[in-house]
Design a binder for this molecule. Structure first.
Ligand code: ATP
Ligand code: MG
Length: 580
């Protein structure tokens, strides 16, 4: 399995065979000259993003969003935002709102000169119903009254053809009458079902008279109790595409065997005058599987319900609300999707590719700041007791035009625990008795020793400073030191909660091959600490992102930060610590 993990490390936009298909269609003018009912010319590339509003979107959906909206944008086309809400029981408005929010956050919209292309498949129920009546009248569909068991038995299997239902040849008028009565609510769930009349001997099981309408006495989140018959996915999807004039219908590989049905239905409905050629064309691509993550709505729900994570927007979740809260930017997600590209065969993409995209995006953008995460006191014995001396550092080392930040140095500072060793190991250049280091943006100090508690634990490090060594002054050049450590003033620093997040699983493929993903949980995926930050961080607003020097990228949590009291999440470390 691990051999199949790709990391997209070459950073080149990955090949996209869907582009070639679009370009060929543009070259032949396949979808040129189509007009809508008002006579307006339609774009030659119309894609759609069709989520079912039954859960929160995840990184796999982000790939589909970037692909469909991205290609439409690239070719001056249109991408419709369609809620595939044909299944009445599991869908909710909460999910509709969350999905709209996620797609907009990723940077896409569905408005163009032709209008606002936000659609609900349930708005097409009347049309779908009419088309079903037509298919019955034309001899392409029939009401089957077999029991569910008989239907399953007569379907055959991969090695045996199916058997025709005894109701297959009932007169169209009889089927039509039954179908109308199904709609009127005269029957119970499962008593009858509408099937397409195709071929019970087809080697493709999807073509063995698939069910296209079923009875379902259920309340729908938009149509209420208007309907008690609902279209099946395979029937509804091609119709939704055709109604929206979709040209390129991109879906994941598991729908490959459904394509003949997609085409069959649209051809029949075109014969009936419902749609015009050229019809939408379905093309399949490989779904995104991300290592150390799970991309199944059902399993994500389990993580939430069993309180393994703190909700859908837990920063460790691969949901869009989760990665957003974690601190990922829309640009980093788009960059990630570009890098992984689109494949024709399933594979796993390594989590480091996603983290790498975030680093590459934020390195250029994020202002720098100093944070001490594992604090240890440093006392400068020869520093004047009440002196508060301003130090200056660039907001961004490569962008002097972005200005400077200042923070004070005082007699007592916080430094990282690991920046002091009483007995240094070989090659250690930071603080140890007798050694000099530079306090970044401040002075050179020489370590003189340390204070310990009764257990021998180091509680403070002692040093003296050289008053003429301040960074940015002439004197600083007279000091050559190998170590350069960060610090904050113990009297001025901002004390803040910092949440150190890491991967949720320790197994790269936590749910592959039916494995129980709960046995692969990383016990260290969340650690909450109290850190000391450069005092300017007090002004950080929710969603503001920073590089904490030497530590990584951090974001002010969008939910728990309060004015003047930010809470920070670690998005990712500066370097990948997971590659073996
Ligand atoms: P689940 O099976 O987990 O419930 P789903 O794929 O059925 O998820 P939909 O709401 O039907 O969820 O998905 C909307 C669109 O997103 C579909 O076009 C689907 O192909 C695409 N999609 C879903 N998961 C992935 C993935 N992992 N990689 C790429 N595209 C995906
Ligand atoms: Mg689905």
């Amino acid at each position: 399995m691990s051999n199949d993990i790709k990391n997209g490390a070459d950073n080149a936009p990955a090949s996209n065979f869907l582009r070639s298909i679009i370009e060929e269609d543009l070259a032949t003018g396949k979808y040129a000259k189509r007009t809508d009912p008002n006579g307006h010319l339609l774009p030659q590339v119309i894609t759609r993003f069709p989520p079912e509003p039954n859960g929160y979107l995840h990184i796999g959906h982000a790939k589909s969003i970037c692909l469909n909206f991205g290609l439409a944008r690239e070719y001056n086309g249109r991408c419709t935002m369609r809620f595939d809400d044909t299944n009445p029981t599991k869908e909710e408005q909460e999910y509709v709102d969350a999905i709209i929010d996620a797609v907009e956050w990723l940077g896409f919209d569905w408005k163009d000169e032709g209008g606002d292309h936000l659609y609900f498949a349930s708005d097409y129920f009347d049309q779908m119903y009419m088309m079903a009546e037509y298919l019955i009248s034309a001899g392409h569909a029939y009401v089957d009254s077999q029991s569910a068991e008989d239907m399953a038995k007569n379907r055959g299997n991969f090695s045996e053809p199916g058997k025709n239902s005894p109701f297959r040849d009932r007169p169209a008028a009889e089927s039509l009458d039954l179908f109308r009565r199904m709609r009127l609510g005269e029957f119970k769930d499962g008593e009858h079902i509408l099937r397409a009349k195709i071929d019970m001997a087809s080697p493709n099981m999807n073509m063995r008279d698939p069910a296209i309408y079923r009875i379902r006495h259920a309340h729908h989140h938009r149509t209420g109790d208007k309907w008690c018959v609902y279209p099946m996915y395979d029937y509804a999807h091609p119709i939704e595409d055709a109604i929206e004039y979709v040209t390129h219908s991109f879906c994941t590989l598991e729908f490959q065997d459904h394509r003949p049905l997609y085409d069959w239905l649209l051809e029949r409905l075109a014969e009936g005058g419902f749609f015009k050629h050229p019809l939408p064309k379905q093309t399949e691509f490989a779904r995104l599987n991300l290592t150390y993550a799970i991309t199944s709505k059902r399993k994500l729900l389990q993580l939430v319900e069993e309180k393994i994570v703190d909700g859908w927007d837990d920063p460790r979740m691969p949901t869009i609300v989760g990665i957003r809260r974690r601190g990922y930017t829309p640009e980093s997600i788009q960059l990630f999707c570009d890098r992984v590209g689109v494949a024709k065969a399933d594979s796993w993409i390594d989590m480091s590719t996603l983290e790498g995209a975030l680093r590459d995006d934020l390195d250029a953008k994020a202002p720098r700041a100093v944070a001490v995460l594992r604090p240890l006191k440093l006392i400068i014995d020869n520093f004047p007791e009440n002196l508060v001396d301003e130090c200056t550092a660039p907001v961004h080392p490569h962008h002097p035009e972005r200005g400077h930040r200042t923070f004070p140095i005082t007699k007592e500072l916080w430094i990282e625990e690991e920046d002091f060793m009483e007995t240094p190991t070989k090659g250690y250049f930071r603080l140890f008795p007798g050694n000099k280091v530079r306090l970044r943006y401040g002075y050179v100090v020489e370590c003189t020793g340390c204070d310990k508690d009764a257990n021998g634990k180091v509680i403070a490090v002692r040093c003296n400073y050289f008053a003429d060594s301040k960074s940015g002054t002439e004197g600083s050049n007279n000091y050559k030191v190998k170590g350069n450590i960060h610090w904050v003033s113990a009297t001025h620093a901002l004390e803040a909660e910092v949440r150190l997040y890491d991967r949720l699983f320790t197994d790269p493929t936590p749910d592959a091959g039916g494995k129980d993903f709960k046995t692969a949980l990383n016990p260290n995926s969340k650690e909450i600490i109290t850190a000391y930050l450069e005092h300017g961080m007090k002004a950080a607003l929710p969603d503001d992102k920073f590089q904490f020097e030497r530590h990584g990228y951090f974001v002010a949590d969008r939910v728990d930060s309060k004015p003047g009291k930010p809470v920070f999440n670690r998005v990712t470390t500066l370097k990948d610590s997971w590659t073996k």
